[in-house]
Design a binder for this molecule. Structure first.
Ligand code: MN
Length: 198
């Protein structure tokens, strides 16, 4: 079901010309029983990871300069960015030069999540600046906390792995598992192959 709350994606749409990028214009759709999460690896001006959680038919989004960690002792900066359409969860390809965020985008991880603060709705957790989720991804699993900070820049949060059986203090999930969960391609392959089609 599509609901018309177009203003929810106004910032996302204002930044993009959909005649010039293959990114989805998107619709706001009703929530699934099991909400989606996605982590995209994106080389825009800088390499970063975009962490997105489905809420109210859209994807709430944070940019992680260093990506997620599986070590509960490590806090990773997560800067909240504009809401994205749900269809973005499967977007992999190259945003052409001259467009917002130009560069290759990979679906680095994907799955469903559970809001551990239920019955408090995720929307309220975001407003309160404290999100606890259980991720069921292909790479990321278990509890993660996203905590709003008062640091510069504004909209800064910290992503921290919670202590559970999926905690891993030894290895780096971003280094050890660099490829797409959709196509198994590297970011370089996505960049090369997409540009080859032009
Ligand atoms: Mn990005």
């Amino acid at each position: 079901m599509t609901i018309t709350k177009k203003n929810l994606l106004a910032t996302y749409r204002r930044k993009r010309n959909f005649n010039r990028t293959s990114e989805p214009e998107g619709e706001i759709t009703s929530s699934h029983e099991h909400p989606l999460f996605v982590v995209q690896k994106h080389k825009g001006r800088n390499l970063h990871y975009d962490f997105r959680l489905e809420d109210g038919g859209i994807l709430k989004s944070w940019a992680l300069p260093k990506g997620p960690s599986t070590d509960p002792g490590v806090k990773r900066l997560a800067v909240q960015t504009e809401d994205h359409p749900l269809a973005y969860a499967t977007f992999e390809g190259v945003i052409p030069q001259g467009n917002y965020g130009a560069g290759p985008v990979m679906v680095w991880d994907q799955g469903t999540f559970k809001n551990l603060k239920e019955p408090v709705p995720l929307t309220d957790c975001i407003k309160n600046g404290e999100i606890n989720v259980w991720l069921e991804g292909k790479k990321l699993k278990g509890g993660y906390a996203l905590i709003k900070t008062h640091f510069h820049p504004k909209d800064s949060w910290l992503l921290v792995k919670m202590n559970d059986k999926y905690s891993d203090r030894e290895s780096s999930v971003t280094t050890d598992k660099p490829n797409s969960v959709l196509t198994h391609k590297t970011l370089e392959e996505i960049n090369r192959e997409d540009n080859g089609h032009e």
